[in-house]
Design a binder for this molecule. Structure first.
Ligand SMILES: Cc1cc2nc3c(=O)[nH]c(=O)nc-3n(C[C@H](O)[C@H](O)[C@H](O)COP(=O)(O)OP(=O)(O)OC[C@H]3O[C@@H](n4cnc5c(N)ncnc54)[C@H](O)[C@@H]3O)c2cc1C
Length: 378
């Protein structure tokens, strides 16, 4: 067993850290206030090779693995979880095409992404989030393709996306076996995107509703066979959950950096906060949870790169990192006392940004359902 990163992994992590410090951190507070992703950041990430990390080289990506994606992700999210999410979640939208796309689909759409296009993964609906099989968007067969009708909600980067991977029911009576995925270009007639939803945290990552009103999608843009959409979504989540766990790892490390600096500077009752054992133990506990979350995340990503099943490990990493991040952000606010509640200090943003980690990409409850289900299968 080897816990060392190789030279290339260390280099890309360093590049991502430098990019985060120089180009993300200075913009983070303003992007959080405005609720907008700073316009040039994605293009800069593409130029530096920090976007499309795990896209195959033949389609213009860096050709690296899920572990390298995780290393970049945690560094960007250390800079700002909102901006980091907006930049990295593109990998979630592209993964169904990597997994199930035809050569033509991969060449066209992964090629666009390599040139700097953003895409969105459109699964969740107003009446179906955790209940993936309960989606109601329909894809009815017509001559040459399908007509899609329905609506999606909470779709990350929808206002910026050049294309969407949309999940719909081709056979509504067949439960999860009646679901199919489609690639839908943003300029398809009948597709419209709502204005970004106002939200608690991760405000720099736009999320919107997407409306599908009789949208024609040619058969050539169906991903995989009819009925394969649910299993495709589950495979994609196995591959993307390590990245979402890395969102949490980056945030926990940022909580430690902010809280440690404050605890070493601020005094109370004649001592630095860090000299009060109750405070020092909080920081020690944060460090313990950081190390555990990081190792779980790397393991779940490494399994993807080995081509091995990782459903349980991906869920453990995602749930552990999300819960640890929310806990660490809460304690960071506590260590700052009243100043933790002030918008002048960064920890209130960490606290707001952390919460959604326990909700999206399968909530913490859903991850535990998956872990328990897999235990019964073993
Ligand atoms: C900022 C943000 C970005 C997002 N980005 C995307 C995106 O890009 N693409 C996309 O498709 N979706 C996206 N989502 C949607 C997200 O994945 C869903 O919100 C999430 O899956 C939860 O679904 P829900 O909101 O419908 O909650 P519900 O499914 O209604 O769940 C409500 C609560 O009940 C619990 N619960 C539900 N079912 C069970 C169960 N069987 N067992 C135990 N507990 C249960 C949940 O854990 C949760 O606590 C995003 C959401 C947010 C907030």
């Amino acid at each position: 067993m080897n816990f060392e990163l190789d030279e290339q992994q260390r280099q890309i992590r360093e590049l991502a850290r430098t990019f985060a410090q120089r180009e993300i951190v200075p913009l983070a507070a303003a992007a959080d206030r405005s609720g907008e992703l700073p316009p040039d950041l994605h293009r800069r990430a593409v130029e530096l090779g920090l976007a499309n990390v795990n896209l195959p080289e033949e389609f213009g990506g860096a050709g690296l693995g899920c572990l390298e994606l995780v290393l970049v992700t945690e560094a960007l999210c250390h800079g700002c979880l909102g901006i980091g999410t907006a930049l990295c979640v593109n990998a979630l939208a592209l993964e169904p095409i990597v997994v199930a796309g035809t050569l033509e689909q991969r060449t066209r759409f992964l090629g666009k992404a390599a040139d700097g296009a953003l895409a969105s993964f459109a699964l969740t609906e107003p009446a179906a989030g955790s209940d993936v099989a309960g989606i109601r968007t329909r894809a009815d067969r017509v001559s040459g393709g399908y007509r899609l009708n329905g609506s999606k909600i909470w779709i990350s980067n929808a206002t910026l996306a050049e294309f969407f991977v949309v999940f719909a029911k081709t056979d509504p009576g067949a439960g999860h076996r009646g679901m199919t995925a489609f690639i839908v270009p943003h300029d398809s007639a009948g597709l419209s995107v709502g204005t970004p939803l106002s939200k608690l945290g991760q405000r720099a990552a736009p999320t919107s509703e997407v409306f599908l009103d009789d949208v024609f999608v040619p058969e050539s843009l169906r991903l995989g066979e009819e009925g394969s959409g649910f299993s495709l979504a589950m495979t994609v989540f196995d591959h993307s959950r390590p990245m979402v766990a890395a969102f949490g790892v980056g945030l926990i490390e940022r909580c430690i950096d902010e809280a440690l600096a404050y605890a070493c500077e601020r005094s109370s009752m004649g001592r630095k906060l860090m000299e009060h054992q109750a405070v020092a133990h909080k920081l020690a506990e944060m460090r313990m949870r950081l190390e555990a979350a990081r190792l779980l995340t790397y393991q779940a990503a490494w399994l993807v790169d080995q081509g091995r099943p990782n459903t349980t490990q991906a869920s453990i990493a995602k749930a552990f990192a999300a819960d640890a991040a929310m806990w660490a952000a809460t304690e960071a606010v506590q260590i700052f006392g009243g100043m933790g509640y002030s918008t002048e200090y960064p920890v209130e943003k960490l606290f707001r940004d952390a919460k959604v980690l326990q909700i999206y990409e399968g909530s913490s409850e859903i991850q535990r359902n998956i872990i328990a289900r897999e235990m019964q299968r073993a």
